[in-house]
Design a protein around this ligand. Sequence first.
Ligand code: NAD
Length: 407
Amino acid sequence: MRRRDFILQSALGGAAIFSGARTIAQAGPLLAAQRPSASPVAGGRGAVPLAPPDAQPPKLKIPEPSPRKIGWAIVGLGKLALENVLPAFGECKISQPVALVSGHADKARQVAKVYGIDSDAIYNYENFERLAENKRVDVVYIILPNSMHAEFTIRGCKAGKHVLCEKPMAVTVEESERMIVAAKEANRKLAIGYRLLHEPFNRRVIELCRKKEFGEIKTFSASNCQDVKAPNIRLSARLGGGPLGDVGVYCINAARYVIGEEPVEVSAFAHQPKDDPRFREVPESVAFIMRYPSGVLASCDCSFGTSESRKYRVHCAEGYIDLDPAFSYTGLRLHTKSGNAETDDTQRTELVLEPQNHFALEMDDFSGCILQNKETRTPGEMGLADMRIMAAIEEAIRSREPVHLGS
Ligand code: NAD
C-alpha cells in the first residue's frame, strides 16, 4: 500500500460506489444529445401523448411480493434480547419475531405489544414444548444464562425448531455434544451466536489473512476485558459465568477465523482475588496462550475487573492488522501497517467500511440457510471446537501444566 493512502471501501467494495457516480455523471450529456432524435415535441414538430395512454403514470415501480420471512421465537428477555436482538429485527429482511418465551409474563406481554407479537404466542419455560404447535415459529433463539443453553437447545430441537444458541455454546463439552446430536436427530439446524463472523470488519480481516496480504501470520494477540458489576449472571458459577466463556470465547473464535487453524496446545493462568466479593465463584481474569500447527502463537487475556478493551492484532511477517475495537457491537476500527519500521507511521492505513447491525446480519443469514437449506457459517461443531479449547484452558489452569489438544 502507498504512503498515506486512505482507502475508503464499503462492505460491498468502495470501487462500486465511485464507478457508480461516474456512470451518472456521464449519463447527463449523453441523454441530452439523444433528445433531438426522441419523439418531437408539440408545436408543429409532431405530437407526444400528453396523458399516459393506459391511464396510469409511466414507469411505475410495482412492489414485488416480499420473500417469505422466517419466524423467530426469542427465548429469554434479558439485556441482550431487549436492547440488541429485538430492535435488530427492524433491520432484518427475512426474519421476524413471532413468539416470546419468558419467565416474566407481564414483561413478555409488554414486549409482545411493542413488536406486534400475538399475545397467544407468549410462552414460559414450563410450557415451552407448546412451541411445537405454533407453525409460525421456525427458529428459537436461546438468549438465556449459559447453564440453560443445552437444555433449551435440546428442547427446541425436540419441538421441531431450528436453533440459534448464544455463545458460549454451553458449559461443558459433553452438553455441546448432546446439543449437536439433538439437532441431527430432529433434522434441524443448529447455529451458535458468533455474530462477528457475519459483520464486515472481521470478514475483511479474514480476507486479508487468507490472501496473506502482509505475509505469513506469526503471532495473534487479543484482549476482551470489561468491568462487570454485581449482580450479573456472569459472576455466578451455577449459571455458567466467568470471563473465559463470556468474553474469552471471542478471542478463541477470532484466533480460529484469523489463523485458519486449530490449536494443538494451550497454557493458561487465572486470577481470583480473595478481597473482591464479585469473584467468590468465578475468576476475575484469565490469560492463555495457544500454539498452532504452523507455529503461530496466540496470546489472549479476558477479564471482568478492568476498563474495557476489545481488540486484536494479527502480527505478520511484513506488517500487521489491528482491529480495535474488534468485538463490540459498533464502532469497529480496522488499521493495517505494512513494512517493519517500528516508528514509521506513514505506512499505517485505515480501512473504512460501512458498519452493519451484527444481529440483523446474523439472524438473516440463519433465516437464509433455513429457506435455502444451506449450512450455517457458525454450526454447533464450531461451538464444540471452542468448548474443547476452553476445557483445555481450564485444565491448564488447574494443573499448571500445558495441555495438548486433538490427536
Ligand atoms: P441477562 O442476565 O441480561 O439475561 C438473562 C435472561 O435469562 C433474563 O431474561 C433472565 O430473566 C433469564 N433467566 C431465566 N432463568 C434464569 C435464571 N435462573 N437466572 C438468571 N436469569 C434467568 O443476560 P444477557 O447479557 O442478556 O446474556 C444472555 C446470553 O446472551 C448469555 O449466554 C450471554 O453469553 C449471551 N450474550 C451474547 C452477546 C453477543 O454479543 N453475542 C452479548 C451479550 C450476551
